[in-house]
Design a protein around this ligand. Structure first.
Ligand code: FUL
Length: 448
């Protein structure tokens, strides 16, 4: 009898657990996307002839010798990335001017034709070695638009682009991300290229199946629709891509900003933004570096809305990150540490539910709540309400739309002893696997 009771109890316990497991709601992220989404924030590095000519879009006719960093130090970039809490670095291996920061076999407009290090220099090699040394992930931006390449504007250029992808992946990979810019202007012969996106995608999949591929519409990560670093609210990780292409054929910027609630493909947003007004270094912008508080606001509006933040930090003509930028980055890290190191409450959940209750232990002030949805089973939450309670009475109420991998809510500090998160609308019963509360500096609360 006892045995029977034991088995019955075990059975009900087991089926109970089964019932609480979050249901899978398609589409869901691939393992490579899930790993990438966990990275939250990393650096973008725009570096090349433009750094020396003070342009943003080089013409492609610049002599190779223009590129001449006096003291290139990728180790310094990595040390700053580490100190700033960034998880990786994506470099413009080739921007629209076509200049290759590595000695490519498929171009005559590269570091090898320059006098820099007697033509023996290789920025990708140095960065790849430094990233390995400092435990950072590396990514590559490769512009399909090429204002220098003589074959640009002809079908043969698609072979060149594919060969370049293969070359950088095999020589300097593995990469966590590969960045395709959708820009498509004229080349040296006045013609525009018809990009073979399908072939580019197949190439990446076969040579780098674990690399997240970015373009306006993925296949793995999408542009957020602006260069200000703001994800939409709501921000869906799902997008409809049928009939669209990167570049001019992309969905509207508003759609890219928000995603599509019932989008058929999992393509989360990445927010690219520069720490300075321009993407490349310009000395006259030294005083215009975004201060730590502004970077913190960007963080709330990107990572805090469930997207990734790709923060551009352009090295100067010496080949190092300028002191103005590194000071801002270290300050940004300090603000995040001060804000989020000590949680007032931090609760983990394993069971999917429509209501979550978080006791604060005693009455205390909070002004920031971080919600994390279990996205491995899909993004489900469409609307939620947070109620802050004092002795069972609601003293503040907040409403939100999507949660996704991370949602940072900040608001006027409120005294409460408990708060609840109620799911008002969802595609399926979601699992919030972590909910935490903080008291951050009042000046850091999200601004419109
Ligand atoms: C754009 C480019 O035209 C800009 O120069 C910059 O590289 C930015 C990240 O992407 O499409």
């Amino acid at each position: 009898m006892k045995k029977l009771l034991f088995f019955a109890a075990a059975y009900f316990f087991y089926t109970g657990l089964q019932a609480q497991k979050p249901a899978v709601n398609q589409p869901i992220p691939s393992p490579r996307q899930l790993a990438w989404q966990k990275m939250d924030y990393y650096f973008f590095v725009h570096f090349g002839p433009n750094t020396f000519t003070d342009l943003e879009w080089g013409k492609g006719t610049e002599p190779e010798d223009v590129f001449n960093p006096t003291n290139l130090d990728c180790g310094q970039w990595c040390r700053i990335a580490k100190a700033a809490g960034a998880k990786g670095i994506i470099i413009t291996a080739k921007h629209h001017d076509g200049f290759c920061l590595w000695p490519s076999k498929y171009s005559t407009h590269t570091v090898a034709q320059s006098k820099w290090k007697d033509g023996k220099g290789d920025v990708l090699r140095e960065l790849s070695d430094s990233c390995k040394k400092y435990g950072l992930k590396m990514g590559v931006y490769l512009s399909p638009w090429d204002r220098n390449h003589p074959q640009y504007g002809t079908p043969a250029y698609n072979d060149v682009f594919v060969n370049m992808m293969k070359e950088v992946v095999s020589n300097y990979g593995p990469f966590f991300e590969f960045w395709w810019d959708g820009a498509n202007g004229e080349g040296p012969n006045g013609k525009k290229q018809v990009y073979d996106w399908q072939r580019f995608k197949q190439t990446m999949r076969s040579i780098a199946p674990n690399t997240v591929v970015f373009s306006d519409i993925g296949p793995d990560a999408r542009w957020v629709g602006n260069e200000k670093g703001f994800a939409g609210d709501p921000d869906w990780n799902t997008l409809d891509t049928a009939g669209f292409t990167p570049g001019l054929g992309a969905p509207s910027q508003d759609t890219l900003n928000h995603g599509n609630v019932y989008g058929k493909v999992w393509i989360p947003a990445e927010c690219d933004v520069s720490i300075r007004p321009g993407w490349f270094y310009h000395i006259e912008e030294d005083e215009k570096v975004k201060p730590p508080e502004e970077l913190f606001q960007l963080y709330l509006k990107s990572v805090g809305r469930g997207a990734n933040l790709l923060l551009n930090v352009p090295p100067d003509r010496n080949g190092v990150i300028n002191a103005h930028d590194s000071a801002a980055l270290v300050g940004f890290k300090a603000l995040r540490d001060e804000s989020f190191t000590k949680a007032i409450a931090d609760k983990k959940f394993k069971a999917a539910s429509s209501t979550y209750t978080i006791p604060l232990g005693r009455k205390q002030k909070i002004n920031c709540i971080i919600l994390q949805e279990d996205i491995a089973t899909g993004q489900k939450i469409k609307a939620f309400t947070v109620q802050l309670l004092q002795n069972g009475k609601t003293v503040n109420e907040l409403h939100g739309h999507t949660v996704g991998k991370k949602r940072i809510l900040s608001f006027t500090a409120t005294e409460a002893d408990t708060f609840t998160v109620k799911i008002d609308d969802a595609k399926a019963t979601p699992l919030l696997n972590e909910i935490a509360a903080y008291l951050i500096d009042e000046g850091l609360v999200e601004k419109e």
